[in-house]
Ligand binder design. Sequence first.
Ligand code: CAA
Ligand code: NAD
Length: 295
Amino acid sequence: MKIRTVGVIGSGLMGSGIAQVSAQAGHRTMILEVSRELLDKGMQRIEGFLRAGVEKEKLTAETRDRILSLLKGTTDIKDLADCDLILEAITENLQAKRDLFAKLDRLCGPSTIFASNTSSLSITEMMTATSRPSRFLGLHFFNPVPLMKLVEVIRTIVTAEEVEAAALEFVRATGKTPIRTSDRTGFIVNRLLVPYILDSIRALENGVGTIEEIDAGMRLGCGHPMGPFTLLDFVGLDTTYYIAGIMFDEFKEARFAPPPLLKRMVLAGMLGRKTGKGFYDYSQSPPVPLNHLTA
Ligand code: CAA
Ligand code: NAD
């Protein structure tokens, strides 16, 4: 089973990066979004990253043009009918993902493989919205997709071996390292990472340190490339809030519970870098920590 054409659904932070690395690996890649405007935003993100790559001499202008020629955007789901692999990266919401996969199931031929980039939802629960359980799995990329080296490959108890093998080959073609894991909420990385970033918010609320002190602590004390608040703003506070809610529902453990401050920030539209404000204000350079949040 060889994957040649790929459909990516959603061109937000993750979808745009996944579409880029898919095309970079030589696959014809179709990106589906809900509107032209959001599609253009996703394409601009890809073009910007590739432009910076050429400026940094990480790739040639010819390679950039070849990658862009393999990418096509659409707002019509029917354009994905002939894909060998469809990978969704839409909002972290079970019902939205199930509705999408049910629609795709009616549209695509029986051999198309379906994959989800979910951070925390059950692959099995999404799979049951389709008539192809054996051709369904999770492919969890990391943010920023073009730079992060890992992909978690999540099989369910009914994923066919040949489907997992084709997915592993797809991941390796993108230059990433796959790790195999089973369908347990949060998989490997988020099971460990999510309680840590949520704990950083609780530490802030408890007055342990300021935003920049806690960030510096984990950067300089543990060698993390980003402190937890920089990372939270990078991932998106809305996405983190959804993930925490899903993981708490599953495990009923306090360490996964979304902290009240996170909820207040999401309600106030402070979603991190994507809205210009989160734990830091990005309208200024360097970004300014918003320490009044706990007042
Ligand atoms: N094209 C090609 N290469 C590029 C590039 C571009 N446009 N931009 C940067 N690069 C290259 C750089 O040249 C550099 O390469 P070398 O190492 O060969 O020099 C490398 O990429 C790193 O780039 P920078 O030096 O500009 O950036 P940095 O060192 O500040 O690192 C980062 C940036 C990789 C994002 C780093 O800060 C990092 O790893 N942060 C943590 C990210 C993280 O934890 N992500 C996971 C989030 S959780 C998740 O994703 C799961 C979930 O479900 C929520
Ligand atoms: P995002 O909000 O940046 O992007 C989601 C995009 O999906 C939006 O542009 C939205 O318009 C689009 N969309 C929603 N419904 C759609 C539909 N029915 N059809 C087509 N497009 C649709 O979110 P994101 O951060 O890219 O996260 C996407 C997925 O990836 C989530 O499941 C998330 O948990 C997961 N994820 C996120 C990160 C991260 O760091 N942000 C990392 C790994 C995995």
